[in-house]
Design a protein around this ligand. Structure first.
Ligand SMILES: Nc1ncnc2c1ncn2[C@@H]1O[C@H](COP(=O)(O)OP(=O)(O)OP(=O)(O)O)[C@@H](O)[C@H]1O
Ligand SMILES: [Mg+2]
Length: 284
């Protein structure tokens, strides 16, 4: 199956989304009339410089930010219109987020197995403690963390392992969409490559869709079926990863592409098209 040959059923539709921050008499426009769709099983890469509004959009989808206007529909339900907390919790089971800093997003006082079991319990996933225990163990296995490490605390893991645990927490309840917000930015190149390869494998094995947020277009290219380029809150263009790399329409996209060394572009394109695993050398 080619990278663009994904199911065309929209899982998430963001329509004309505006998200403004009003503070001290000043309005910051984090997202301006942003529209895009993510299909089932697809990786949509959202790329842009720092402050372009990537996290604000991700947080609107997950409900951490309130949209100023526009709509977000997930699996046929209008998220911005949900009134009851129960309905919202139910819908949100299928959308999970992986954060940039795995240390601050994992409670240092809890064993990592407990962190995952608690996340499942809060979302009413799994019928009892035994089932949640099994789900946590499956998630650990999937991200390559030995199940015996479940009673350790976050501090006893490396940065890359902590991010794997963050990914395990997001995947444990088998969500339909995972929002990964700069989830590799804090890691060094070889660990970045391992995590990106792992996300690629998870996508193929489970059919989970991802919103992969990054300022790094080369990373986004490797993982994404389609890409959206964000600048100062505006989504300048969207297209298949191939289209964005080969025929960028917007001068800003060309500028972003110009910042990636040509040889690296070629290697990434070849790697992505032939489902080759990424190595640290590719990223340098
Ligand atoms: N809580 C907040 N209050 C006020 N302004 C905010 C808040 N969060 C973000 N902003 C502003 O909204 C704009 C978009 O920020 P956002 O964090 O979404 O960008 P980003 O693309 O995720 O950046 P980065 O790559 O640095 O994470 C920026 O101008 C930022 O300063
Ligand atoms: Mg951000």
């Amino acid at each position: 199956m080619s990278k663009t040959d994904v199911s065309k059923k929209a899982l998430l539709s963001v329509n004309d989304l505006c998200m403004y921050f009003d503070s001290a008499g000043r309005r910051i426009k984090a997202a301006e009339h942003v529209s895009f769709e993510i299909n089932e099983g697809e990786v949509f890469g959202l790329v842009g410089e720092s402050g372009s509004g990537k996290s604000s959009i991700g947080k609107c989808i997950i409900g951490l930010n309130r949209a100023t206007s526009g709509s977000i529909s997930f699996h046929g339900t209008e998220l911005t219109g949900i009134k009851s907390r129960r309905e919202y919790t139910e819908k949100m089971r299928d959308i999970q987020m992986i954060f940039q800093d795995p240390m601050s997003s994992l409670n240092p006082k809890k064993q990592v197995g407990q962190i995952i079991r608690d996340a499942l319990k809060i979302q009413h996933i799994g019928k009892d403690a035994k089932e949640r225990d099994k789900m946590a163990a499956d998630a650990f296995r999937r991200v390559g963390i030995p199940v015996e490490y479940a009673d350790r605390y976050p501090r006893s893991f490396s940065g890359g392992q902590r991010q794997r645990i963050g990914i395990a927490r997001a995947l444990a309840g088998k969500p339909k969409l995972v929002i990964a917000d700069e989830c590799i930015a804090a890691l060094d190149a070889s660990v970045q490559a391992q995590i990106v390869n792992m996300i690629n494998e998870i996508k193929k094995e489970t059919g989970t869709a991802f919103l992969f947020i990054s300022h790094d277009l080369s990373m986004v290219r490797f993982l994404s079926d389609r890409i959206g380029v964000l600048h100062l809150g505006y989504l300048l263009e969207t297209g298949t990863a191939e289209e964005i790399f080969r025929e960028p329409m917007h001068p800003y996209t060309r500028k972003l592409l110009g910042a990636i060394p040509r040889c690296q572009c070629r290697i990434l394109l070849r790697a992505a098209n032939h489902s080759v695993r990424l190595s640290a050398t590719t990223l340098r």
